[in-house]
Design a protein around this ligand. Structure first.
Ligand code: ADP
Length: 223
């Protein structure tokens, strides 16, 4: 059933931009005398939809790669370094976002992991926090070393997620507001990538959220 849903969703997500691109290409073909301004408007829509398909296919391939990741690629790394490099990656896209780190205890924060993948997961959470905040995002990351795990809480004061959506939020292609997500360039694969990465590390991820107040993603990773 999941496989069938996945194929149906993926096909639908790809079909929409293809239909748009085809429609605009036909308009250009059938109307050779169009004003330059109109042509530019149409071609930029074609490019935007190609970009959307490109992002979608890239995310699908990435998800498949992560699902097939061999365990031997994991090595020793420090989680605080991972957080720091995610913080550095945010300003070029979201210059106004503020990221604050709070260490609840001194660690150590060393884990066996694939640091590039963990970076991708945390970066996705930071970008979502920035994307789904009205005005400059305020992101707080609390880390705590427990006996056998590291606890990481990524919080924002953004638009929040309705209670009824929380249980579905990590499913592939799930979005709270499809039109809003599309406008921001998303297709509902980001959080499935995050969850797959955390599960690959034998960790867990949960979400607490309130509409208009903000969201907190709680991650537990074994040390
Ligand atoms: P998308 O590509 O649409 O951003 P994600 O899988 O990353 O897909 O997220 C799924 C949905 O969860 C989003 O469409 C959005 O509605 C919601 N969401 C994710 N993160 C946040 C957040 N920090 N605050 C509010 N809503 C969020």
């Amino acid at each position: 059933e999941m496989r069938k849903n996945f194929v149906a969703n993926a096909s639908h997500e790809l079909k929409t931009p293809i239909t748009i691109i085809k429609g605009f290409a036909e308009t250009l073909h059938d109307n050779p005398g169009l004003d330059m301004e109109v042509v530019q408007g149409i071609t930029s829509k074609i490019v935007r939809n190609c970009d959307r398909m490109d992002t979608l296919v890239r995310n699908l391939l990435r998800l498949a790669d992560i699902e097939n990741l061999p365990i031997s690629q994991l090595s020793s790394c420090n989680f605080l370094d991972v957080l720091e490099s995610c913080k550095q990656m945010l300003p070029p896209v979201y210059p106004d976002a503020i990221v604050e780190f709070i260490k609840e205890n001194s660690g150590p924060y060393d884990i066996i992991a694939d640091p590039d993948l963990l970076e991708l997961a945390i970066k996705n959470l930071f970008e979502n926090a920035a994307k789904y905040s009205k005005g400059p995002a305020k992101i707080t990351v609390i880390t705590k070393r427990l006996e056998n795990n590291i606890l990481i809480k990524v919080s924002d004061k953004g638009i929040g997620i309705p209670q009824e959506d929380i249980e579905h939020i990590f499913q592939k292609f799930y979005t709270v507001d499809k039109a809003h997500s599309r406008k921001l360039g998303g297709s509902g694969l980001g959080l499935s990538i995050v969850e797959t990465i955390i599960h690959k590390h034998k960790g867990t991820i949960t979400l607490e959220s309130e509409v208009g107040v903000g969201s907190t993603f709680n991650i537990m990773l074994p040390v």
